[in-house]
Design a protein around this ligand. Sequence first.
Ligand code: HOZ
Length: 425
Amino acid sequence: MTRSEELFARAQKVIPGGVNSPVRAFKAVGGTPRFVERAEGCRFRDADGRWYIDYVGSWGPMIHGHAFPPVIEAIHKAATRGTSYGAPCEGEVELAERVIRLMPSIEKVRFVSSGTEATMSALRVARGFTGRRKVVKFEGCYHGHADLLLVSAGSGVATLGIPGSPGVPEGTVGDTIVVRYNDVAALEAVAEEHGADLAAVIVEPVVGNMGCVAPNPGYLEALRAITARVGSLLIFDEVMTGFRVARGGAQELYGIKPDLTCLGKIIGGGLPVGAYGGRADVMDCVAPVGPVYQAGTLSGNPLAMAAGCAALDALEADGFYERLEALSARLEAGLRRAAERASGPVTLQRVGSMITAFFGPGPIVDWPSAKACDTARFGRFFNAMLNRGIYLPPAQFEAAFVSIAHTEAEIDATVDAAAEAFATA
Ligand code: HOZ
């Protein structure tokens, strides 16, 4: 028995499924999850002493690689001054100023402790601001596990084939309208029927949670135009894409200004953090300025704020995104060559440093086309890569992340492993 197997057996006795977040359990790919003992740069070592090149990167936050010295130093320093105050501190102002500078659509921002809290709160604010009930989400997009958004969701919900979750009352999702992603006509139809009661449209501008799916040309522009026309708010869930697909997120990459933006992952340098922000008139609905209530004991805690500032500061380095793009393009090109050895169609999709190999014919533009992929082939590929020391997201409906800590040598080693692994799938 390996040490990971031992730990997994122990974990399953005390933690549901042995994990604190479902996709980690390897249910979709088979085998035993690797228990991580330490991580540095683009690699981690499991409990059995084996090193892996990591393309999960904590599901996105580790854009600088693991144990990035400036972030670790900032956390150390902050920790010596106390770990949580439940009272305002300078770090909150520092991080808010950085976020607003990097994402000009955000005029005011509120920090929370997770992406789930960010999306849930943004929608409450949207409903409070507009006085309307209905919200649109897109099939296959995942915005965390808040009740009102847990319908036709991507990520683990899609991976485990859960259509909607028991425990979410019908009434809670009764005002959530699900629309196909990348389908302008479908949203037009909803706007026609429910426009006057539509509080918000929330979208992952580049979807990471059905695998990496880019918006069709003009799609985000159409979302902007339709929401503006019916007077509802456009919310970009940039928990994954924020500070990743460009310094200013997907909104910078595609040149769209949402009313509200949800953030997480990179913004906390790997510590638990989320944020929502946007137009000042909308954000001023939040208590204590306005009546929409939202609060949190650990919100804006000094450790996460310090880690977030250090992580964002390092993104300002000259050539950061050019280097990340070059590494990611090298990986994509190598995987494309390697995929020629696969037994069936493989569709590689990438936006910046988010990438997915879909085991099916492309293009993958929405949930029906993603769902049609062959998850058994993905599972074989995943395990063949794992056996060769490459750690990918353990599910077809997730994006892999390249970090600035990956080097050409590691990318090339990944491509060599993939050439063998594709041949098994
Ligand atoms: N929902 C995450 C992937 N999109 C997984 C989170 C985790 O397991 O840490």
